[in-house]
Design a protein around this ligand. Structure first.
Ligand code: URA
Length: 218
């Protein structure tokens, strides 16, 4: 029997994500890729006009995510930059091009087996760091994307994504090389591709991370 506490908690959580509209989600059914695609699309349409924080006023596009909606690997970045805001897709600038090369080196691509999104769906002006209040309002969207995609592995790209998902305040170096647990899904943290562009010395360690990532999803 379902008790009232459970129903109240469920309604509070869905209100947090969808506002006052009651949304009954379709759960992923194994091997039925259409159901996942439809529910992700439905979810996108239910949130893409979001005005929960001030970034809703300054954005050009709401950057939901891109890739294979039945992905085994979910990559989570920080927030859209200028190019992403203009194009409405994550990781389409210089850092994104590097990310695509890294994925290709482990025989993956954003079209097959990989989905990419960010903690924040809207661009912070002048690429400033996301504010805690913005992360708090946007994180339920990410949680629901994870819940719908049900990846085999989550990879946090950079410290902001890692500390948001792991709910801590550690340095990235202290979160790397550990198989964390995100509500039952393995999660690893690695360098943000923009950090690799800034500091070439980080590349060998990032390469070790991605070889390990490849093994974890095989
Ligand atoms: N950096 C991010 O964290 N995400 C993007 O989409 C682009 C750059």
């Amino acid at each position: 029997m379902i008790n009232n506490n459970f129903i109240n908690k469920y309604l509070r959580q869905t209100q947090d994500i969808y506002g006052d509209k009651l949304f009954l989600k379709i759960n992923k059914v194994s091997n039925d890729s259409n159901i996942v695609e439809n529910s992700l699309d439905e979810f996108y349409h239910s949130i893409n006009m979001c005005q929960k924080c001030q970034l809703g006023n300054s954005r050009k596009n709401f950057v939901f995510g891109i890739g294979d909606k039945n992905a085994d690997l979910l990559l989570v970045g920080e927030a859209p930059g200028e190019k992403e805001d203009l194009e409405g897709a994550p990781f389409v600038g210089r850092a994104g091009k590097l990310l695509d090369k890294i994925l290709a080196a482990i025989s993956l691509s954003r079209d097959k087996g990989v989905y990419i999104c960010n903690v924040l769906k809207c661009r912070p002006p002048d690429n400033r760091d996301p504010l805690p209040s913005e992360i708090e309002k946007c994180e339920p969207y990410l949680k629901e994307q994870i819940n719908l995609i049900k990846p085999k592995l989550i990879v946090a790209l950079g410290r902001v994504a890692a500390k948001t998902l792991l709910n801590n305040d550690l340095a990235l170096k202290d979160m790397r090389s550990i198989k964390h647990d995100y509500y039952g899904t393995p999660l690893v943290a690695t360098y943000h591709p923009a950090a690799l562009l800034r500091n070439q010395k980080l590349k060998p360690a990032a390469w070790e991370d991605f070889k390990w990532i490849r093994n974890l999803i095989n």
